[in-house]
Design a protein around this ligand. Sequence first.
Ligand code: SF4
Length: 361
Amino acid sequence: MIKGLYVHIPFCRNICGYCDFAKCRYEKNLADRYLLHLNREISEITQTNFDSIYIGGGTPTALSYEQLEELLQMLSRFKVEKEYTIEINPETFDMEKAELIKKYGVNRVSVGIQSFNEQLLAHMGRAHHNIDVHNTFRALDKVGISNRSIDLMYGFHNQTLGELLDDLNKAVRMNITHISIYALEVYPQTPFGMAGYQRVDDETDFLMYQTIIDFLNSHSFRQYETSNFALTTYQSEHNMLYWRYEDYLGVGLGASGKIRNLRYDNTRNFMDYIHDHYRKTEYKLTMKDQRFEAVMMNLRLLKGINIKEYDYRFETGLLALYHDAIEKNVNKGLLEIVDGYLRVTDKGLFVLNDILVDFMD
Ligand code: SF4
């Protein structure tokens, strides 16, 4: 059984300066057409049960109430065993939408806050204000959805360490179970990229990341992945599928999926999608690809790679297969083997990409 289904809704009320996701500005007619074709793609799925469904974007809540209900209705033919998440942007959410998602069984939300600093929000090109966050949480309180993740960002050139700490302080005082916090990446085709935006320097970046880890870990949000922190047992079920390198389906514009040794990517071209040419590429992963990708994803988890499981799953010996890369990075204090797991050390966490380069050789 494939455990997870990802559903992409590409519409946003405005476009943020750094955004590289498959998205476009919300227009009612376009969204109506999109949902029609999304329904066609979804109707090809034969499996009826999933452990998790994740509706992401874009901004799923940018849809009108009626469109959101249409989406939830089309997904209601699937039984969700564990976790049903929807991404929310505060400026597009209200009490009616809260009642609607509750009615259809959504039991987890991921709220795109990014910062509590209104000036920084404007700098990012975000559309919401703190009052919208307040109202969003009030609506969630009223309908009783208490499993809440928030997204934060850091690394903007005009953001100080003090401002970051202020964001973290405000975050941990909220009624939430999970925090995802991402470093700003500047992609060439985004408004920031085209304007030659410079993010913070490496030293500040390092300091900010260290501050985040120290602060959140000491406020009960335990880091379990490079960018993710959770209270006790509230790790994201759905995202764990990716990091454990398990199979998942993705539907919608720009979505991806992996089914055993097949990876596919949907088109990011809206016109292609609404002409039902949704599949852009399919790629057969070799055993070598899979072994490497599993390492790449598993090492993002602080727990690391379960060596026995890895060996059984990929019919190999991890420690022998990547002997040189492992030895080199263990000697540098970047990787360690503890209780049958190969994992990154505190120091290795900061240079995970460099470590992975050694595994590619
Ligand atoms: S709201 Fe999210 S998906 Fe939409 S433009 Fe901003 S970052 Fe991108």
